[in-house]
Design a protein around this ligand. Structure first.
Ligand SMILES: Cc1cc2nc3c(=O)[nH]c(=O)nc-3n(C[C@H](O)[C@H](O)[C@H](O)COP(=O)(O)OP(=O)(O)OC[C@H]3O[C@@H](n4cnc5c(N)ncnc54)[C@H](O)[C@@H]3O)c2cc1C
Length: 562
């Protein structure tokens, strides 16, 4: 089935110059190619390395086993932050570095980051606020300011009881006396990865998703040869330097290619749940203490939704199958409900996600929250570097260090340019757009193209789910302009509707696949296959949240969908 002719032609025209539009062209250059640098892993770390290296004039290829950002880089708390709480562990250097990088992102990608006011309520004990605690928090916020938070041009301030209530009316205010507000940034993690990759592609990097590195030869004549499984076949890529940027799979990758590494990763699982914003009514991010441990959970407003998280556990879990479990759910619900006037129940939850932090074990701390968010760059063997750890916020710095090491190894003179390099879609006005101008904050200067697309036919402007604000045109744009390979890629990472409204997407998977598929020109067989893949991805991601779905149309029992 072909899509309506005008849509097809308009899509071709609008996406023609997009750096990620033509996967076949990227694949043709990758297959059998020889590059200065081959990056394994298309999360934020690999994307950052590809961009830095390509911008220094090196020839670069990147392969990603799944979809771009399908690992940890679409599962974070989505904060571009200095790590205010790292001040507690005394890691001021990490806070400084993070705040410097936060500022760099604000300068280079104002269309992708937004200011995030962050509120910390002060709790009453015996009817009064503990003055020592309040002073300590105020002091720590000044330290944060001096460490570099001042660059945002906002100062923290003390809030009255009424101001705290105003910012989150759902809070049980009986136990709250006042609060503090400070500011960080936020960004859609998966869209940040895409923007970095698109910028790298503009600088000449070649990149292919759904392409897994399955083997790596020893160095011969200055080159390593990587075996890449892509689209059901095997291809080879030669590179002078290979960068292992596989996140929580870094160890597994090294084991697979027979390289012994002294470092050990300690993946820490983090889970978020999502609820309708009406239940939280917060207009700022809010940090709330969890009674059962020394941790906090944050409530972050996100359009029609609010997400709450995260947990942080190192219980043995399969990093290949991040999923919301019963204990994750209990932890978050117990943690949040004691602060609310109206408790949330599992039935209120619209979605949830889990991910694994690639933390580096220090052999001492039992709690993963004590492990450093610092990164490590290691020369594993001739022509092979591993970069891991760190955070979304510090990806550029991690990349700079990695490419410095590559340049030394290759005796390449190029200097790092990413500190002031604008990211794909750069639009200086975008960060100041009103809440209603959502597309500008996702696509920057490309939002005009998505708007043109939406105006072409009535179905294109329709929302994908009743609660969410994502429209069908965004999905088609992702398909044609942003190298999405499947409906799941579209709904989880080009748009984020499956992330925030996953249960609604699962309940109407057939309907959504049909609406998108017909406009995209998919035949019935492809629509059916895409629906099944999407459903199974959703069941995997939602875990316990998928079990409570009413499934009358399919006449399934709970047992059927486990
Ligand atoms: C719950 C949680 C909350 C977080 N919140 C924040 C936050 O608010 N702010 C912040 O700055 N940071 C945050 N982080 C940290 C941040 O998300 C991670 O540090 C970052 O995303 C890691 O990126 P990465 O590219 O190293 O790993 P990944 O994103 O996992 O990328 C690695 C990629 O390698 C691919 N891969 C693996 N093996 C192969 C192979 N053989 N061939 C090809 N590809 C392969 C994988 O498919 C994967 O896509 C959070 C993390 C978690 C878990």
């Amino acid at each position: 089935m072909s899509p309506p002719v005008n849509i097809n032609a308009a899509l071709d025209r609008l996406a023609a110059d997009e750096p990620l539009a033509n996967r076949d062209a990227h694949l043709a250059k990758l297959s059998g190619g020889t590059f200065d640098v081959l990056v394994i892993g298309g999360g934020i770390t690999g994307a950052g390395v590809a961009l830095d290296a390509a911008a220094r004039g090196l020839s670069v290829a990147l392969v990603e086993a799944g979809d771009f950002a399908s690992g940890t880089s679409s599962r974070s708390s989505k904060m571009i932050h200095g790590g205010f709480r790292y001040l507690q562990t005394g890691d001021v250097a990490l806070v400084r570095e993070s705040l410097r990088e936060r500022h760099a992102l604000q300068r280079n990608a104002p269309h992708l980051v937004r200011v995030m006011p962050f509120m910390i309520p002060l709790f009453l004990k015996g009817g009064v606020i503990n003055p020592k605690l309040s002073r300590a928090l105020g002091g720590a916020l000044w330290s944060y300011q001096f460490a570099g938070a001042w660059r945002l041009g906002r100062r923290h301030k003390r809030l009255s009881h009424d101001e705290v209530e105003h910012h989150m009316p759902a809070l049980d205010m009986e136990r709250i006396g006042a609060g503090y507000m400070f500011h960080d940034l936020r960004a859609d993690d998966a869209r940040l990865v895409l923007a970095v990759l698109a910028t790298a592609a503009t600088c000449g990097a070649v990149m292919v998703n759904h392409a897994r590195c399955t083997g790596l030869s020893d160095v011969k004549n200055g080159l390593r040869t990587a075996n890449i499984g892509v689209d059901g076949t095997q291809t080879e890529v030669n590179a002078r330097m290979v960068v292992n940027a596989t996140g929580v799979w870094a160890q597994k990758f090294l084991d697979g290619v027979g390289v012994d590494s002294p470092r050990k990763l300690s993946p820490a699982k983090g889970t978020h749940i999502v609820v309708p914003i009406e239940l939280m009514r917060n207009d700022v991010a809010v940090s709330l203490p969890v009674a059962s441990d020394r941790r906090t959970v944050s409530v972050v407003d996100e359009g029609p939704f609010a997400y709450i998280g995260s947990t942080e556990t190192t219980d043995p879990a399969d990093v290949n199958e991040p999923s919301v479990t019963e204990s994750d759910l209990t932890y978050i619900l117990d943690g949040i409900n004691r602060h609310l006037t109206r408790e949330i129940t599992p039935a209120d939850i619209t979605s949830g996600w889990a991910g694994f932090r690639p933390l580096i074990a220090d052999g001492k701390s039992a709690r993963s929250s004590d492990l450093s968010r610092r990164h490590s760059i290691e020369q594993e063997a001739d022509g092979l570097i591993t970069v891991t750890g760190g955070k979304l916020t510090t990806y550029r710095e991690m990349a700079e260090g990695t490419v410095d090491a590559i340049c030394t190894a290759l005796d390449h003179k190029g200097r790092c340019t990413t500190r002031k390099l604008r990211l794909h879609g750069y639009s200086s006005g975008a960060s100041h757009l009103s809440k209603g101008e959502r597309l500008g904050k996702r696509y920057g200067d490309r939002s005009a193209k998505v708007e043109q697309l939406a105006a072409l036919a009535p179905g294109l402007g329709e929302k994908i789910t009743p609660r969410g604000d994502t429209i069908i045109a965004e999905a088609l744009w992702g398909l044609r302009a942003e190298m999405a390979g499947s409906l799941a890629d579209l709904l989880f990472r080009r748009t984020r509707i499956a992330t925030y409204d996953g249960r609604a997407v699962l309940a109407d998977a057939e309907g959504i696949a049909t609406r998108i598929g017909r406009l995209a020109g998919w035949g019935e067989n492809r629509i059916t296959a895409e629906t099944e893949t999407l459903k199974s991805a959703l069941r995997q991601e939602l875990g316990v949240l998928a079990l409570d779905l009413p499934t009358p149309a399919e006449n399934r029992t709970r047992e059927d969908i486990t």
